[in-house]
Design a protein around this ligand. Structure first.
Ligand code: ADP
Length: 615
């Protein structure tokens, strides 16, 4: 195991020290079950009747055996008429009971599933709601990678909704059935009742030992599952890179190692499980044998009230005691699984500190002046990305952020959009600290175009309309025209109804720009907006952006010198710190990092030869 994996595994172990008990789990689930209480009552009533029916066989057999026995030893000889009456009565009772039991089981299953499916939907809606409220930092934390989060959510929902069914629908009837059977046994004979009762604690004790031994393994199995699904997601996302470097084998080996670990863990848990299951079946069989011996002895010694029928009666009733208890173990097992998954799942719902904070400030009009004062910022993984940064973004002007890769330019945009909060220092917009701004109102004012713009699965029109959900078809087309994507989209067989994910990287970039045009915000952040565009498209987009820039506050991050020299102001960043600022010409004259970047850029573009060619 790599060091990183070791750290993760031990973090998982530690996390899981703070255990939620079964009581705690049920308390957490109760609010999700309460809306369906009437359905629950109906299900419980049905299952209760069902558990009463389960005792009918024992009673019928008891009576039937004794009657038949009496018939065989009748003084007047065997009477067919009486035998036929007994058989017909047994058939009617047993068949009638089966029909009724089938109806009850059907109703119970339908109602039970209805509750389970509804609770599962509610849990899912709640967690999606929650995740949408989280600040970006949550998603940068270790253990919150997409695959791992997805596993936590999927398994959590599945396991919790099963718990609802197990606990609220199955356990109670099982208990009633077992208790009822025991009461009947005691009523018929106290000694037999006592033997049956004596088996139960042994059963529970074995179950508890099993639970303890399985606990650690469950956490390990779950941890590996999370890593596996995260790994597979990673492979799918990086398929291009994997193939181009011929690293299929390496990736397959990585997965194989994890799979190996997972297989070992699963086999180990199964082995423990089978061992204890075997033990319990053994104890149950011993119970049955003891009951047979005891009842046979009582019959042979002519104990009052005991008859051959009672032997069958007690054996059947004992199976009604032990079967539910065996089931109870399955439920206990599921509950223990659920405890592991519940921690992960409710951990998401409980992460109050991860919910984005929002102030109340919501002005009519935004001027667009950002001021950063001695800002320090560290990402959750410990990268100290911004150091003692002070700068002013003038309203209605275009400000360029320049610096080498990793200098912290995108991080500034993340901070200004309130995706993250600074560790110290202050950031204000129009003199009001960002923390006091209503987050939604703030983001309503900002148009963000990133290097990699996320295109959602859906049509091109839907993707552009994401910028302003109420926009008309005409407005969407107009935005597409401004982003110079209209003609290309119209050339597609399905036009604006084509799947946006099928577009090329550059085309997707223009969809994102069209989205921003449609939003039409007073503040615009452009983070390498033309990075994946060809030269013609870059020029077209530059013209469109130049047009929209008028009178708006714009921050542009670009390695394209052509886009930077047009800016009104410029800040040069080096490892999160501002090293130069001024107008592009002033800063160039100062020399230093900007001049180095500028000259290198000009040389890499072969400006001299370009100039020669042009003349
Ligand atoms: P630039 O935009 O100038 O290329 P960034 O602002 O993206 O630089 O990154 C600044 C530093 O912060 C880099 O060291 C980068 O690795 C780190 N960083 C960026 N995004 C994250 C993130 N989500 N989590 C952790 N570190 C990050």
């Amino acid at each position: 195991m790599s060091q990183k994996m070791c750290i993760f595994a031990s973090a998982m172990e530690q996390n899981n020290e703070s255990k939620m008990g079964i009581g705690g789990l049920l308390r957490r689930l109760l609010p999700f079950v309460l809306p369906y209480r009437w359905l629950l009552v109906a299900t419980l009533a049905l299952t209760f009747v069902g558990s009463l029916m389960a005792q009918v066989n024992a009673v019928v057999l008891d009576r039937a055996v004794d009657r038949i026995n009496a018939l065989l030893h009748l003084d007047g000889g065997f009477q067919w008429g009486v035998a036929a009456r007994i058989l017909i009565t047994i058939s009617i009772i047993l068949l009638g009971k089966e029909v009724l039991a089938a109806l009850i089981t059907f109703g119970q299953r339908v109602f039970g599933e209805k509750i389970r499916i509804n609770v599962s939907r509610d849990l899912s809606l709640r967690v999606v709601d929650r995740i949408l409220q989280f600040r970006m930092a949550f998603f940068s934390q270790d253990g919150n990678e997409p695959g791992k989060l997805q596993t936590r959510i999927d398994r959590g929902i599945m396991s919790l909704s099963n718990t609802v069914k197990n606990f609220f629908i199955d356990i109670l009837p099982l208990f009633t059935s077992a208790v009822l059977a025991l009461v009947l046994m005691y009523a018929a004979n106290v000694y037999v009742g006592l033997v049956a009762t004596a088996i139960i604690p042994v059963y529970f004790w074995i179950t508890a030992v099993q639970g303890r031994r399985m606990k650690g393994w469950r956490h390990r199995v779950f941890g590996t599952h999370q890593q596996l699904s995260h790994g597979i997601l990673n492979i799918i996302e990086s398929m291009g890179v994997i193939k181009s470097f011929n690293r299929e084998r390496v990736e397959a080996d990585k997965q194989a190692a994890l799979q190996e670990q997972s297989t070992d863990q699963q086999l180990q848990t199964r082995r423990i499980s089978f061992l204890y299951e075997g033990l319990k079946t053994f104890v149950e069989q011993i119970g049955t044998v003891l009951i047979i011996i005891l009842t046979a002895y009582l019959v042979l010694t002519d104990y009052p009230g005991m008859s051959i029928g009672k032997i069958m009666y007690h054996v059947l009733l004992f199976s009604n005691v032990s079967a539910p208890i065996r089931q109870l173990h399955r439920i206990y097992d599921d509950l223990n699984d659920a405890l592991v998954y519940a921690e992960g799942f409710f951990g998401i719902l409980d992460a109050e500190q991860e919910v984005e904070e929002s102030g109340k400030y919501h002005p009519e009009r935004v001027e667009g002046r950002f001021e950063l004062c001695n800002v320090e910022f560290t990402y959750p993984n410990g990268t100290h990305a911004i150091r003692d940064l002070s700068m002013t973004i003038e309203p209605g002007k275009t400000t360029a952020l320049v610096g080498l890769s990793g200098a912290g330019k995108s991080t500034i945009v993340n901070l200004l959009d309130k995706f993250y909060s600074p560790d110290s220092g202050s950031i204000t917009l129009d003199g009001v600290p960002l923390g006091e701004w209503d987050t939604e109102a703030l983001r309503e004012q900002i148009g963000l175009v990133l290097q990699k713009n996320h295109i959602f699965s859906g049509t091109i029109e839907e993707n552009i309309r994401y910028g302003r959900p109420g926009a008309t078809h005409e407005e969407v087309l107009e935005a597409a025209r401004k982003a110079y994507i209209y003609d290309q989209v119209m050339a597609l067989p399905d036009g604006f109804n084509s799947n946006a994910l099928q577009l090329s990287g550059g085309q997707q970039q223009r969809i994102a720009i069209a989205r921003m045009f449609l939003k039409n915000p007073p503040i615009i952040f452009l983070d390498e907006p033309t990075a994946s565009l060809d030269a013609i498209a870059t020029e077209q987009i530059k013209n469109s952006i130049d047009a929209i820039k008028q009178g708006r506050t714009v921050i542009v991050i670009s390695h394209n010198i052509g886009q930077i020299i047009d800016s009104d102001a410029l800040y040069v960043l080096d490892t999160g710190h501002c090293v130069q600022s001024g107008t592009p010409t002033e800063v160039y004259r100062q020399g230093g990092l900007y001049k180095e970047i500028f000259d290198a850029s000009a040389r890499s573009m072969n400006v001299d030869k370009i100039a020669d060619t042009l003349t």
